[in-house]
Design a protein around this ligand. Structure first.
Ligand SMILES: NC(=O)c1ccc[n+]([C@@H]2O[C@H](COP(=O)([O-])OP(=O)(O)OC[C@H]3O[C@@H](n4cnc5c(N)ncnc54)[C@H](O)[C@@H]3O)[C@@H](O)[C@H]2O)c1
Length: 341
């Protein structure tokens, strides 16, 4: 069974989502909504025979549309998603789920109260290297995770409707939450704006997870080098996930620090020795597939089976809570902020 889909928003990302809705085994592309006539013409040209509409309400009047994929700017997510949910449609909302945790919670609750699927487009949780990294963490290959950090940097795709934090960091926060399966309790952050006052182009944030694990993230759209890097340091091994690498996206590094047992008993702190161990690097074989196609396939599956997707409303809400706290800390010049539960 395939699910009839209307994609709402045919901008930069909507084009990619629509292409995948058209080919994923669980979905059927019914049509595209965009207020721009040039965008609708482009959609008709790329996908012969589909319907196009100017407003989401017209698409929701069409009985063939069973579910919505929402790819409009974040400021419009809450109203458009509510419109779809109130008309009984399952929905995939692009990241971030909403601009505030109150709005994200409202969407999660309305979907749950009406038994509807709410999925969030946290694409990286459908990316094979991230899933493999999660397996390594879960199987204990790294030992106990000590800390992790993430860098998402590029020169460009500068937005004026949100800052670099809200544009890039949903991915990093989503990956970290998925890997550790525990909430972030506190954050500190600094943001810097260069292009337009009040819109941070760069953000450095430190996160503390419930068990005490520390994390750092650095996002920027003014950087000399495109970087998509997540490093996880365990007490036995370390992992480096480099999304920019085509053939080696994941490294498992057999390095660490250990007390030097060869020295025998130590009697004072000055005798206490640590030694670093620098071992082999293993590059796990990963069956690659397009994350966005996997994501759309999972959305169609969730609509058919009614099982919650991996990136459900709870996950989307948790990501927004962390981003909101990071933004508050950055605005307060780095004051630590609790992430409210
Ligand atoms: N998952 C990812 O990796 C990823 C990557 C890029 C963007 N995104 C997300 O996708 C969303 C869209 O980003 P984008 O870069 O494509 O933006 P964009 O500005 O390029 O496109 C947005 C489109 O939405 C249309 N639109 C605006 N209001 C509308 C409305 N009320 N009804 C229907 N269409 C409307 C605009 O005309 C435009 O064509 C954002 O939430 C963004 O964060 C996700």
């Amino acid at each position: 069974m395939t699910i009839g889909i209307a994609v709402v928003g045919y901008g930069y990302w909507g084009v990619n989502l629509t292409r995948n809705v058209a080919v994923a085994p669980t979905t059927e592309l019914i049509g595209v909504v965009d207020p721009g006539s040039d965008r609708r013409e482009l959609a008709e040209m790329n996908h012969a025979g589909i319907s196009t509409w100017e407003s989401i309400h017209d698409a929701l009047d069409d009985e063939r549309v069973q579910a919505i994929v929402l790819a409009t700017p974040a400021s419009t997510h809450v109203d458009l998603a509510l419109a779809a949910l109130e008309r009984g449609r399952d929905i995939l909302v692009e990241k971030p789920l909403a601009e505030t945790s109150a709005d994200a919670a409202k969407l999660r609750d309305v979907a749950a109260d009406n038994g509807l699927v709410l999925m969030v487009g946290h694409t990286f949780l459908y990316s094979p290297p991230v899933l493999r990294l999660k397996e390594l963490v879960d199987q204990g290959d790294l030992g106990a995770v000590q800390y992790l950090y993430s860098q998402r940097l590029s020169l460009g795709r500068i937005r004026r409707d949100c800052n670099a934090l809200w544009n890039f960091a949903p991915h990093d926060v989503s990956i970290m939450l998925h890997l550790l399966e525990e909430p972030v309790v506190e954050v500190t952050a600094k943001g810097f704006s260069f292009i337009e006052q009040g819109i941070d182009d760069v953000c450095f944030a430190s996160l503390t997870f419930a068990s005490g694990i520390g994390a750092n993230l650095h996002v920027s759209w003014i950087d000399p080098r495109k970087t998509r890097l997540t490093t996880v340091v365990g007490d036995e091994k370390m992992a480096i996930y480099n999304d920019v690498s085509v053939d080696q996206p994941l490294w498992l590094v057999d390095s660490g620090v250990a007390k030097d047992r060869d020295l025998g008993e130590y009697e004072s702190m000055s005798d206490f020795q640590w030694r670093t161990r620098s071992g082999d690097i293993v590059i796990p074989r990963i069956e690659m597939s397009e994350p966005l196609k996997n994501e759309i396939t999972a959305f169609g599956e969730a609509c058919s089976t009614r099982n919650a997707p991996r990136t459900d409303g709870d996950h989307g809400l948790e990501v927004v809570r962390v981003l909101e706290a990071i933004d508050r800390s950055a605005q307060a010049n780095g004051r630590p902020m609790e992430v409210p539960r």
